[in-house]
Design a protein around this ligand. Sequence first.
Ligand code: UDP
Length: 353
Amino acid sequence: MRIVTIIGARPQFIKAAPLSRCIRQQHHEFLIHTGQHYDAGMSDVFFDELNIPKPDVNLGINTPGNSAQVGQMMLALTPILEAQKPDWLLVYGDTNSTLAGALTGALLKIKVAHVEAGLRSYNRDMPEETNRVLSDHVSTMLFCPTETAVANLAREGITANVHLVGDVMVDALLQNRARASRAMLAAEGLQAGGYFLATIHRAGNTDDPGKLKGILEAFAHFADRPVVLPAHPRLRNALEQSDLMVSPNVRLVPPVGYLDMLGLTQSARLVLTDSGGLQKEAYILGTPCVTLREETEWVETIELGWNRLAGSDRARIIAAVEAALASAPENHPDVYGDGAASERVVNHLMSFQ
Ligand code: UDP
């Protein structure tokens, strides 16, 4: 098979790493990086650490504005896909690169396969939700990480070529867990179990000073707990453009690599995040999580008691953290798969008639 893979943002590098390796054992992969995330900390480090092959093309598109970004990516992708004529076009997750890739492929009548299909927050204010829904609806094959995702697609009438394969992020995590780095703990003087790990990057939080204030005030409440906060560029910009202050217990650091992030997540007493991937990684690594959103696509983490939705209100976040610290959930089933999602994806692509 000839496969074109489109990636462009941090979580997609992590998702593509195990699958790319699997594809290249028997097939030809042409890798396109859209350039959505482009610098050393948000892109290069993942290629280096996870041994992702160098992209065949980098479109270098990181224009501000979702529609401009998607439009420019579609224009740039069209001649490349026309020339490549792949058997499959692979897209991942829910970013602008996902939508641009899926839509361009579908319009060129190239079969699109969506990895991490069927995820829904049912919150259309999130650009990611629009990207997910549209990408799913133009895809020929849909790879779901969970039963919930399969059911979500069925409710939208998508039942053909839907495969429950597990989560490729579990593949990545299990393959790299033994390499998790404790360098950040040493550098920051942190004790395992003694600090919180936080990330904030959803536009709904970073672009609303009131919400960001509520979150930062909640962090300040836990004055004697270090809160490690690797800052996504969107958070960094939001802080620079506001007069919001981070409290002394917050360790604002640049984005960290995947191996540092695994180490930080594994040893944290608790994770506070609006990230999708990190909620899951916290669950898999057995670290309780408080999600700084009103809803999540990863509902299993909530149902099993490992994750709590707290939005951005100071008092709600504090209450959720205290509840999480006070009780430990008992059940920890493998709801996100067994680490063999990538192999299943390749097998399904090969056996498609
Ligand atoms: N991540 C990382 N370094 C960081 C923050 C996150 O390696 O400084 C990893 C994290 O462990 C997870 C992925 O990036 O694997 C999640 O990406 P992100 O939160 O940007 O996107 P989302 O999952 O919300 O789509």
